[in-house]
Write a protein that binds this ligand. Structure first.
Ligand code: MLT
Length: 248
């Protein structure tokens, strides 16, 4: 059983995805926002490539059933119901709704993953829950790939550190796991920061950009480890929670 970490969607290749269990990480903020929306009762989150695609898809719904959400350059998209802040995904805002969602790096990365056995959305807020899915896969001998969304095709420090947390937890007391160099490097980052996620976000370019744009409270929400113990699964172009009816 092997674990690889890819630092951005440009590293995706069939050999590291096909038949594997994949976890997609965009800690700041898309993965966190998706997990929060589903934990607060959203029926599903539909990742889409553009604001236009969101607007077109929204026409297929009764307006009471749908929420448009996302960002460009971190800011809410004009005319949309919600931005890309996990703090906006309250029960009041999303319970029972389909959230049509587009972001710069996170949703683009999800849409680029093809041919995986399962695709989970991973972040710090659901680390224990998604780890349990990955450990089950690993114990069964299935290879795992963690795909970091990164930022503008570059490595994002916070995604790599979070990937390291997953690698460390998935391989704990598990014999015979082979780590790719990317996976090993991420565990070094995770060990360096430990529970100091405030320091991690202060050191990360995207963390500093969000704080500078007035989204400092989002960093607290994105660092709330295990605040939302859910397993979001991307299948058939939509993200829903893994529940009793969808056990693997
Ligand atoms: C993205 O998907 O690019 C990010 O979630 C950007 C953001 O923080 O809004």
């Amino acid at each position: 059983m092997r674990i690889d970490v890819l630092f951005g969607p440009s590293m995706l290749a069939p050999a590291t995805v096909t038949g594997r269990v994949v976890a997609v990480i965009d800690v700041l903020r898309a993965s966190t926002t998706i997990a929060t929306a589903l934990a607060n009762g959203a029926r599903k989150v539909v990742p889409l490539e553009s604001a236009d695609a969101v607007i077109t898809r929204a026409k297929q719904f009764e307006s009471a059933d749908v929420r448009t959400a996302g960002e460009r350059k971190m800011q809410p998209i004009p005319g949309f119901d919600l931005g890309n802040s996990p703090r906006e995904m309250t029960r009041e805002a999303v319970d029972g709704k389909t959230v049509l969602f587009t972001t710069t790096n996170g949703t683009a990365t999800l849409l680029a993953v093809q041919g995986a056995r399962d695709v989970a959305i991973a972040s710090y807020v659901n680390v224990a829950a998604v780890t349990s899915l990955l450990r089950t896969a690993a114990r069964g001998g299935t290879d795992i790939t963690i795909v970091c969304a990164g930022r503008d095709r570059q490595l994002a420090l916070e995604d790599a550190a979070c990937a390291g947390r997953y690698v460390r937890l998935v391989t704990k007391q598990l014999d015979g796991a082979e780590l790719g160099d990317g996976a090993f490097a991420c565990t070094v980052l995770d060990r360096r920061y430990g529970d100091r996620l405030d320091k991690l976000f202060a050191d990360s370019e995207h963390g500093r950009a969000l704080a500078g744009a007035g989204f400092g409270d989002d960093l607290v929400a994105c660092g709330a480890v295990n605040a939302h113990p859910v397993i979001p699964i991307y299948q058939d172009r939509q993200i829903t929670l893994l529940g009793p009816d969808r056990e693997r």
